[in-house]
Write a protein that binds this ligand. Structure first.
Ligand SMILES: [Zn+2]
Ligand SMILES: [Zn+2]
Length: 108
């Protein structure tokens, strides 16, 4: 007896299995789930001057006037509150090395 088969597509960014309807196919064979895509969009909008609604890490609501860091991760932008950003940056020395502190400029 074969039950309905659950087809899961793996998101290349968070590595979670998702239903095919929750996956967006990007150029180059990249598969991204809606959650990751939403975070990415918020990051892009933040860079364009539109504030994000929440921290992509702890989901704290963004308060008007508060500073948010925008990080570039695996080809996607993510907005983070400063406490999360402070925790995140030391884990990413590979990209935020001595010459790559440009992200700080985005806080100005
Ligand atoms: Zn994902
Ligand atoms: Zn946060």
């Amino acid at each position: 007896m074969t039950a309905a088969v659950w087809v899961a597509v793996t998101c290349h960014y968070c590595s979670r299995g998702r239903a095919p309807a929750e996956i967006i196919y990007m150029p180059g064979g990249i598969q991204i789930c809606l959650d990751c895509y939403h975070r990415h969009r918020e990051g892009v909008m933040a860079l364009a001057g539109k504030p994000p609604t929440e921290c992509s890490e702890c989901h704290a609501a963004w308060e008007p006037g508060a500073m948010m860091a925008v990080h570039y991760e695996h080809g996607l932008y993510r907005c983070m509150c400063l406490p999360c950003s402070d925790k995140y940056v030391p884990k990413r020395r590979d990209i935020y090395g001595p010459t790559e502190y440009g992200w700080k400029k985005k806080l100005v």
